[in-house]
Design a protein around this ligand. Structure first.
Ligand SMILES: *Cc1c(COP(=O)(O)O)cnc(C)c1O
Length: 470
């Protein structure tokens, strides 16, 4: 067989691959049960590089996936409580495989016939959950960062006084956002050419959410300085602390000043499914747009983000070379040619993850995971409150909890040093995976409980381990 015949030999799906699915099955079972004791086998970047550099030409190709598994962080491990990436529900392995092989590029209808229609179905389904009306539509894009950039581009076309997509501008435009917002908002604004001045930060309260009493003043100050504000972003929740901005208050403010209201629900938009926690999102139905990541709280493989517009036709203006008023009819014309409204030209069939999980498990699966993980966040906060030698940064709304070890009489500098060293020691030991954040001038340890296998005993064990290191 020549090389191309070899590469397209369908038999690869039978032999090593059936073995691979068995391997993944074994891996998953062992990880759930902590039979692989470490979350991560630590290696310095240079060592890891050297390994893969040699493996490329001298390694055994049959052992490739086993090596990848062993040398990666184990997100399904109960002691993985670090970044906000989903522990994928195994159904996602199947949807990812089908998407990979069919490789429908989605840009135009015939290049994603089934999947383009599925996007509309799931977009409308999500819109209903959010509380939007019949005009609402969703599109799907490669990550929350791109989702927010897309929404802000739409906002600028819909609200700003000039047609900037087509004409450019000399004027200073800006958006308002929490001082604690995810850096993707800042980055979107800079990509849009508005620079640092374009990110108008609203001060936060002691809970690290937008101080709504400062909205008017912040707006007046920016406007007086010559910044034309066209949008405001609410964090649901803010990444660092996991606390939700008051969306209802922001919605009223946006309405009063005729601003576009975008909700960054990358992490916590999924709380709309939970009867217990959906009140955190009160006011979201008034937002002009919202992003929700499938690959954070919704158990799907990366990357897949829903961007839902309250008024679906708004999205046609984002990348259009025509003036917005000419586009009003276009939704009826070609909702199915998705690249007109997404940043991507080719993208993967990311909608399969949503469609399959909704069809098989329904909305109650999403409700259950939010209830479970946010509930564990509250439980962990309780453990910390009860421990005299630990301190919370703030009472958490969600499954993200920031805290620190607090030795008696330590200064801020001493306590920062100790907690920084704790985090380093934990990372290198590999028994737990947690991260860190700095709030004001204080260094905090930060966990996100992403995993339904993480139990109270693991969290108690984490505190005990930290004490020992300290
Ligand atoms: C993770 C996150 C993002 C970025 O989303 P990606 O899908 O990683 O691009 C944006 N905002 C918030 C609040 C997040 O938690």
């Amino acid at each position: 067989m020549d090389i191309l015949e070899q590469m397209y030999n369908a038999e690869i799906l039978k032999e090593p691959s059936s073995l691979l699915f068995q391997q993944l099955h074994t891996y998953l079972q062992a990880t759930y049960k902590e039979e692989t004791p470490k979350v991560l086998e630590w290696q310095e970047p240079e060592e890891e590089y050297a390994f893969w550099n040699t493996f490329l030409t001298q390694g055994n190709n049959e052992a490739l996936f086993q090596e990848v598994i062993q040398r990666s962080i184990h997100i399904h491990h109960p002691k993985y409580i670090g970044h906000q990436v989903a522990a994928v529900a195994p159904l996602g392995v199947l949807t990812a495989a089908v998407s990979a092989l069919l490789n429908n590029g989605m840009a135009v209808y015939e290049m994603g016939k089934a999947s383009s229609a599925m996007e509309r179905v799931v977009g409308e389904w999500l819109a209903k959950q959010i509380g939007y009306g019949k005009e609402a539509r969703g599109i799907f894009t490669s990550g929350g960062t791109l989702g927010t950039l897309t929404a802000l581009l739409t906002a600028r076309q819909q609200v700003a006084t000039e047609d900037i997509w087509n004409m450019g501008t000399q004027k200073q435009y800006g958006i308002m956002v929490s001082a604690q917002a995810h850096y993707s908002v800042d980055r979107a604004v800079r990509i849009m050419g508005m620079g640092e001045k374009g990110v108008v930060k609203v001060p936060v309260t002691h809970r690290f959410v937008i101080d709504t009493s400062k909205l008017e003043h912040t707006y007046a100050q920016a406007t007086a300085a010559g910044v034309e504000i066209f949008a405001i972003v609410g964090s649901a929740p803010a990444t660092a602390t996991g606390n939700y901005d008051d969306l209802q208050a922001i919605a009223s403010f946006a309405k009063k000043h005729k601003l576009w209201f975008h909700v960054d629900g990358a992490h916590g938009g999924a709380a709309i499914f939970s009867n217990t926690y959906k009140s955190l999102l009160k006011g979201v139905e008034e937002a002009d747009s919202i992003i929700i990541d499938g690959h954070k709280m919704m158990m799907m493989p990366a990357l897949t983000t829903a961007l839902v517009y309250k008024n679906g036709v708004d999205s046609y203006a984002t990348f259009s070379q025509q003036a917005a008023y000419l586009l009003e009819q276009s939704e009826e014309e070609d909702w199915y040619n998705l690249a007109k409204r997404t940043f991507e030209c080719t993208k993967n069939m990311m909608i399969l993850h949503w469609y399959a999980i909704i069809q098989k498990y329904g909305a109650k699966g999403f409700a259950a995971i939010v209830d479970r993980l946010y509930g564990m966040g509250a439980q962990f906060a309780q453990l910390i409150t009860e421990a005299k030698d630990f301190e919370l940064a703030t009472a958490p709304d969600s499954n993200i909890v920031c805290f620190r070890y607090l030795p008696e009489n330590a200064s801020t500098t001493q306590s920062n040093t100790i907690n920084r060293k704790i985090r380093e020691a934990l990372l290198q030991a590999g028994d737990f995976y947690i991260v860190a954040t700095t709030l004001e001038d204080r260094f905090y340890l930060r966990v996100t409980i992403m995993n339904v296998f993480t139990q109270t005993k693991h969290l108690q064990n984490l505190l005990a381990t930290i004490r020992k290191i300290a």
